[in-house]
Design a protein around this ligand. Structure first.
Ligand code: SAM
Length: 328
């Protein structure tokens, strides 16, 4: 008999974030060094069969939801076929994808047809030149094209992730919030996390969620309480501009932690199961997987030690240098 996925303090784990690549076509100044990171060696990466096998083995333990992430997941060759196979491997309630959106206009419909239910698109600016400056890439990318491609393809909900950086994009808080007026999108403002070395962003760039909310209210009037978009129920608190089609969320890893209700674990692109984004606890699943062993004992062992809470406020990041390494 298999045991359900409970961690050492009784949190039920039903959500797996699968990083399908550690590579990214952006070098966001708060995420990665401009020169990139030493990428994982190809032979260490889980192949499609191996990722599908992890999903197949975790499903009977209570896995209900998967988020496909990275790095930039749309860079993985044959991602669409992989998604379809993950869907076939388990009866999942929900499959979602996090992306910077660059490849969405070309891929949205195929991803939707393959079984991705919903997408989160990272949009830190609505100005093409500023997107390129934050991503530190010469790009001429208008993120609105990605949002509209996602809406047209029928993802539901479509969420927009914004990392607010003082002096870099905080002058766009109100205009990013205004995306919810015309479009049924859910804009979530994420507090900057001090991951690893600070690359291009530091404490001087941090803006707390309460200040972000105030700055939206100065332009759009008092925010009203809103119910969370239909799926997901992640850590965001939701509000809305009166009369808007979408909602506004605040993800507050720094000012209001939500570790008590954490229901997730992460699979890195090279097959490590990481039980806290910022904890050092991880268990190698690739070796047992390649040896044909059952994964359940390794997964249960990893969960016993899932940290009660992250220690970001004490600036401990569990050795993480960039969120791209674990699938943020
Ligand atoms: N490439 C995909 C994307 O752009 O969404 C998935 C990976 S990315 C690491 C996931 C999310 O982490 C993005 O929304 C990104 O903005 C966020 N992120 C990365 N570093 C962060 C940091 N230091 N603080 C807050 N959010 C961060």
């Amino acid at each position: 008999m298999t045991l359900p996925l409970l961690d050492g303090i009784g949190r039920r784990i039903e959500y797996l974030r699968v990083s399908v690549t550690d590579r990214c076509n952006f070098r966001c100044l708060y995420c990665m060094p401009v020169e990139g990171l030493p990428w994982l060696a190809r032979e260490t990466l889980l192949g499609d069969d191996e990722i599908v096998e992890v999903v197949r083995q975790l499903a009977p333990l209570g896995l209900r939801r998967i988020r496909i992430t990275g790095g930039e997941p749309t860079l993985r060759p044959a991602l669409v076929a992989l998604v379809a196979r993950m869907r076939d491997a388990a009866a999942l309630d929900d499959v979602s994808l996090s992306t910077n959106g660059v490849r969405l206009p070309a891929m949205a419909r195929a991803l939707r047809d393959a079984g991705v239910d919903r997408v989160n698109v990272s949009v830190d600016s609505l100005r093409t030149e500023r997107v390129a400056a934050i991503a530190r890439r010469s790009l001429a990318f208008d993120p609105i094209t990605a949002l509209d491609a996602a809406l047209d393809a029928g993802f539901e909900p479509v969420k927009v992730n914004v990392v607010v950086l003082r002096g870099v994009n905080d002058d766009e808080i109100a205009s990013l919030a205004a995306l919810t007026l015309e479009r049924a999108v859910h804009v979530r403002f994420i507090e900057l996390m001090p991951v690893g070395d600070s690359h291009g962003a530091g404490p001087e760039h941090f803006v707390a969620a309460d200040e972000i909310a105030e700055r939206i209210e100065q332009v759009h009037g008092a925010l009203i309480d809103a119910i969370a978009p239909r799926r997901g129920n992640g850590p965001a608190r939701y509000r809305a501009i009166a009369g808007a089609r979408g909602t506004i969320g605040f993800i507050t890893p720094m000012s209001h932690t939500y570790c008590d209700s954490c229901n997730r674990v992460r699979l890195t692109a090279d097959g490590r199961l990481r039980t806290c984004l910022f904890g050092e606890h991880e268990v190698d699943l690739r070796t047992p997987l390649r040896a044909g062993e059952a994964l359940a004992p390794y997964v249960h062992a990893a969960l016993r030690d899932k940290p009660r809470a992250h220690e970001l406020l004490q600036l401990r990041t569990g050795g993480l240098v960039a969120l791209s390494q674990t699938g943020g």
